[in-house]
Design a protein around this ligand. Structure first.
Ligand SMILES: *[C@@H]1O[C@H](CO)[C@@H](O)[C@H](O)[C@H]1NC(C)=O
Ligand SMILES: *[C@@H]1O[C@H](CO)[C@@H](O)[C@H](O)[C@H]1NC(C)=O
Ligand SMILES: *[C@@H]1O[C@H](CO)[C@@H](O)[C@H](O)[C@H]1NC(C)=O
Ligand SMILES: *[C@@H]1O[C@H](CO)[C@@H](O)[C@H](O)[C@H]1NC(C)=O
Ligand SMILES: *[C@@H]1O[C@H](CO)[C@@H](O)[C@H](O)[C@H]1NC(C)=O
Ligand SMILES: *[C@@H]1O[C@H](CO)[C@@H](O)[C@H](O)[C@H]1NC(C)=O
Length: 444
């Protein structure tokens, strides 16, 4: 026995290695794993070069597998502990299958530690290599419903942009020339104010979570939503002005979305440790130009179809938003586990501050009551469909899925202040609101 140890010591000395050469190793095969949520799989784990002194004390030492975030992925209890009794005393190693269960969207690492039960300490593999831990990415479950959801978003967005193309005629743009101040306030607030506001709110509300900042930022840089036209009508605003701003804003978004993503957005991507998906964002924006051009061609060719399309613009865009939100909630119901008070606050703050700032700016620049209300509605309501479309498309699963919770929250919260105004008008200012609605009808 003593001779054996002496021989080993000689061997170590002869190799010129310090005694710490007994660094134990762990190798996961594979060492990177992508799993759909709710599924599980097996990986091979190899543990080797464990010190003989450790192996001789099986009651004191034990290997344990641990996930950095047990809520995302974990090793089941029966696989989480590997006793030393399983090791081959000759080769001082062990290898075997380990089950990994994926529970929720996200990224986590599974590590193996050597626990010293007597000293109550543990250590990571002392001879660390790039496969000594398992990086697990839990993705969206691969269901037919999710493909239908993505497909329907693309189809509905295309329809919306065909309509914008059809509506973008000289008559609409003339409003921009004859009375430019109102639309310009709205567009500047929408295309410059909201992105800055969403960036600041994101940093303020989610200082620790760049992913949520991205969700809010993409909602902020989205153009104004089609629901704004409906709300402008309901609350007695200037519908003509609303349609003008929605159309011009959504077309201008082709330039402003990439611009904001590649400047201010880059800062958030850096904090999130992600590459800016330049090509994907460019592709998705360019993808929406095609339906816009189809709409323009229809407008040139057939004035009857154009009239039908323009008339359909309002109902289509309102239904579109409703379908996307309902669908997003149904397919991603599990995202509600992510719902926190921060997300609710962000969802309410973005549109509310948008309404308030835009209304103040309009008042400062002497817009009449109906126009100020319209501009506020236009700026506050975001096209959350575009935000979801970009997040899912450009960021991929799981980050894209996790971040869509923010635009969904914004979409759910956006109508609340407007509903408040509506109820207030009905109860307390019945006559005044009727008067301004009449004025709006005349303008249209
Ligand atoms: C770590 O492992 C590698 C190969 O598995 C081996 O070549 C190296 O000597 C080891 N280092 C130590 C400090 O044990
Ligand atoms: C896990 O995925 C496999 C194929 O990828 C599938 O056949 C199986 O049904 C899934 N299991 C669960 C529980 O979803
Ligand atoms: C892990 O669990 C699987 C199935 O339950 C089993 O085949 C495997 O031997 C277990 N591995 C360990 C190290 O216990
Ligand atoms: C997992 O490990 C990788 C590589 O060491 C690291 O970049 C990443 O941040 C880790 N992930 C988590 C969730 O800690
Ligand atoms: C072991 O240490 C951990 C913290 O490192 C502590 O929470 C735990 O209570 C300790 N257990 C014992 C038995 O001392
Ligand atoms: C680990 O490093 C080796 C080379 O040292 C490389 O061949 C292998 O692809 C790397 N594995 C991972 C998961 O990065």
């Amino acid at each position: 026995m003593g001779y054996g140890y002496g021989g080993l010591l000689l061997l170590v000395l002869a190799a010129g290695l310090p005694p710490t050469a007994f660094g134990w190793m762990a190798h996961f095969r594979p060492s990177k794993l992508r799993l759909p949520m709710g599924n599980s799989t097996q990986v091979q784990l190899f543990l080797g070069n464990v010190a003989p002194s450790t192996l001789q004390q099986p009651d004191r030492f034990v290997f344990r597998l641990q996930s950095l975030n047990e809520g995302l992925a974990r090793v089941p209890e029966e696989n989480a502990t590997i006793p030393l009794s399983l090791f081959d005393p000759q080769t001082r190693d062990w290898s075997g299958p380990i089950v990994i269960e994926a529970h929720f969207l996200g990224l986590t690492n599974v590590t193996v530690r050597l626990h010293d039960l007597r000293l109550n300490t543990s250590e990571l593999p002392t001879n660390w290599s790039n496969d000594s831990q398992l990086e697990v990415t839990v993705q969206r479950p691969n269901r037919v419903l999710d493909h239908i959801f993505l497909g329907s978003i693309i189809v509905l967005m295309s329809l919306l942009y065909i309509n914008f193309g059809a509506a973008l005629n000289l008559e609409v743009l003339r409003g921009l020339v004859t009375r430019p101040i109102g639309p310009c306030i709205g567009l500047v607030m929408q295309l410059v104010g909201m992105p800055l506001l969403s960036y600041a709110l994101g940093v303020f509300i989610f200082p620790q979570s760049p992913a949520m900042q991205l969700g809010l930022f993409f909602t902020g840089i989205s153009p104004s939503g089609g629901a704004s036209n409906t709300w402008a009508a309901v609350l007695g605003g200037n519908i003509h002005l609303s349609v003008l701003m929605t159309t011009v804003g959504n077309v201008a978004a082709f330039a402003t979305i990439p611009l904001w993503t590649f400047t201010l957005g880059q800062l958030i991507f850096e904090r999130a440790g992600m590459e800016v998906p330049y090509r994907k964002i460019a592709t998705y924006c360019a993808g929406l130009i095609v339906p816009l051009i189809i709409g323009l061609v229809i407008q040139k060719r057939s004035s009857r179809l154009t009239r039908v399309l323009v008339r359909l613009l309002k109902p289509i865009s309102a239904t579109l938003l409703l379908i996307i939100i309902v669908f997003a909630i149904i397919t991603n119901y599990y995202l509600f586990y992510l719902f926190s008070w921060q997300i609710a606050v962000a969802g309410l703050a973005l549109p509310s501050l948008g309404y308030i700032f835009a209304w103040l700016a309009s008042k400062l620049l002497h817009q009449n009551a109906a126009d100020a209300l319209t501009i506020a509605i236009e700026v506050g309501i975001q096209n959350t469909g575009i935000a979801i479309f970009l997040l899912l498309g450009a960021l991929g699963s799981p980050v894209g899925d996790i971040t869509t919770v923010v635009p969904v929250a914004v979409a759910v919260m956006t109508p609340l202040p407007l509903l408040g105004i509506y109820v207030y008008n009905r109860c307390c200012r019945h006559k005044i609101s009727e008067g301004s609605a009449g004025e709006a009808e005349r303008i249209v």
